[in-house]
Design a protein around this ligand. Structure first.
Ligand SMILES: [Zn+2]
Length: 351
């Protein structure tokens, strides 16, 4: 039987950055929304309407002074939060709606209105820290979603997986000393923002609850899948998350203009299946994906289309598919996975 897969879709997400020349453009969501209306997709997904996150909800993650700074950009034609991150008159409103879209997706998954969900929101979030916007991100959508779920549903353990090309430095910073949220990231390294080496594993109460897999440029599907199966899956099965969140960026696609990785749509599908297997084993399948990067619009659209089919259960990557993909990882190139496994061995014993 098909899963009820929720999708957060709203034309108001196109209002941020209108008229600016920027790779994180409204065109990305326009194309995804058009894809969702094609005959093979239309009517198959549960629509989740977003809402605006409140100041208190943003304050679960962000400092009041930073929320005030972003609020102050409302109505202004242009404000630059950092070299890559600018606002337009409706950016503050859109950013609150992006967070609120994730919160409603979390509610849908937690209450059973949807089995899993994908929030197609912008601006993206994983570079936004407590006190700063950065890297196209205003508020950290997935981080507020995690804190909100911990509070509202009394959860004690949430997994945030992040397969975006870039390290989610904002998400890492927010949860670095927090053992309730396990942050796992694969990313191109070295690359923007520069963080995310394998020795960054959390501090204090959060020691061991950050797991970074820095991958060389041109890493392919096989090594990504091997990282998800060889590192994330055993760690997650020990951690036993009560909710799985995914920072789903598609800029590690081989055609992406900002990245230099070699992931294909099939790679994203296989990583999705591994996350679904983790969620099925630990928390009734509750998985909420949140859009991050991905700047080749056609590559983004095709990847998301196939990921959604997997989430709904229209396709199903088998254990055999995953094993064969992982086995293709070239000998020697997986050295980094051994380094990561050694680094986290005191906490997770994945060998
Ligand atoms: Zn990215």
């Amino acid at each position: 039987m098909a899963n009820r897969t929720g999708v957060v879709v709203d034309e108001r997400y196109l209002r941020h950055g209108e008229g600016h020349f920027h790779p994180e453009s409204p065109r990305r969501l326009e194309a995804l929304y058009a894809m969702l209306q094609q005959p093979d997709m239309e009517g198959k997904y549960v629509a989740i309407a977003p809402r605006h996150a409140t100041h208190d909800e943003l304050g679960l993650v962000h400092a009041p002074s930073y929320i005030g700074l972003v609020a102050g950009t409302a109505g202004k034609r242009y404000y630059s939060l950092d070299a890559d991150t600018q606002t337009s008159p409706e950016s503050y409103d859109t950013a609150k709606l992006a967070v609120g879209g994730v919160l409603n997706a979390v509610d849908a998954a937690m209450t059973g209105r949807a089995d899993n969900a994908f929030a197609f929101v912008r601006p993206p979030g994983h570079h936004a820290g407590r006190n700063r916007g950065a890297g196209f991100c205003l508020f950290n959508n997935v981080a507020v979603g995690a804190r909100y779920a911990l509070g509202k549903y009394g959860l004690k353990r949430i997994l945030i997986a992040d397969w975006d090309l870039h390290h989610g430095d904002g998400t890492q910073e927010i949860f670095y000393r927090d053992k309730k949220v396990l942050y796992f990231s694969t990313h191109q390294y070295p690359a923007y923002p520069g963080s995310g080496t394998f020795t960054e594993t959390g501090q204090g109460d959060g020691a061991g609850y950050t797991v970074n897999v820095p991958l060389k440029a041109r890493t392919d599907d096989a090594l990504h899948v091997k990282a998800f199966r060889g590192i994330l899956q055993p760690v997650a099965l020990k951690f036993q998350p009560e909710l799985v969140l995914l920072s789903a960026g598609f800029d590690s696609h081989f055609q992406d203009p900002l990245g230099d990785m070699r992931v294909t749509p099939k790679g994203y599908v296989f990583m999705t299946r591994i996350l679904m297997d983790i969620a099925a084993a630990c928390c009734g399948g509750r998985l909420v994906a949140v859009l991050e990067g991905g700047y080749n619009v056609e590559a983004l659209t095709e990847s998301v289309r196939l990921v959604l089919k997997e989430m709904r259960g229209d396709t199903r990557a088998t254990e055999d598919d995953l094993y064969r993909m992982e086995y293709e990882a070239e000998q020697g190139k997986d050295q980094i996975l051994r380094r990561v496994a050694e680094q986290i061995d005191p906490f997770w014993q994945v060998f």
